[in-house]
Write a protein that binds this ligand. Sequence first.
Ligand code: AMP
Length: 285
Amino acid sequence: MKVVNTINEVRETVKAWRKQGLTVGLVPTMGYLHEGHASLIARASKENDRVVVSDFVNPIQFAPNEDLASYPRDIDRDAKVCEENGADIIFHPTPEEMYHKDFSTFVNITGPSEELCGKSRPIHFRGVCTVVSKLFLIVSPDRAYFGQKDAQQLAVIKRMVRDLNFDIEIVGCPIIREADGLAKSSRNTYLSPEERKAAVILHKALEKGKELVLNGEKSAKVIIDTVTQVINSEPLAIIDYVQVVDFPNIKVVEDINGDILTAVAVYIGKTRLIDNFIIENGKEK
Ligand code: AMP
């Protein structure tokens, strides 16, 4: 397992693998890896001959008021997680390696990027689609792995791959949780012990909403009101959004007929956490 810092070295390495007829999986991450990332890397390693993990806190997906500077980073620890889960290289570029001083080309996606996090973070998905496109062009993987933890991101990337004809299979992977149900996230490290306890309210609220949908509730408003009420019972929680949308188009629905995503974004203190559930063909995905 090797840490690689330059685009050229990744290209040369992948070229050599291709000459041997090997398949390549890519796992894009922002680092500070946890068991959620590990599950993606392990799956990629099972399904491909070689695995590249990108480890890059992408500046262009953060607004000026967001947590770019404080985002946790630990490349040595990340290298261990990658090694243990079967990755071959970590691509860990500097921002200067990825973005020229006068960088001016962006991948701008409409449609599934417009609701949920797209409303709260207007430049976010443009930054995500731009960096993921660059990673796809640098690594040219056969498959790329994304977590359902960021369900809207997964839908956005699938749409981008379809629209721009990237010849890459996008593999969605289940949400990995802490024992009490909190979705694992690099941002959980921001939480004080008291906030960490409070953060379980996202999962509790979504479980209540999921139970209603699985028992046949058809009104999105009833789901939203129930989830909102549970979250508001926690004094440290401030809701950014609670929304029900169709999946994977990410359009707001009033009646639950087909596949749906129920997604929440909640501030616990200063930390913004997201979580969700998807119901596909009447069952939890
Ligand atoms: P991040 O480093 O947070 O940008 O995440 C990199 C990838 O890991 C994304 O595809 C995420 O959806 C995925 N991921 C993050 N947390 C989890 C989790 N708890 N379970 C599954 N996948 C996750």
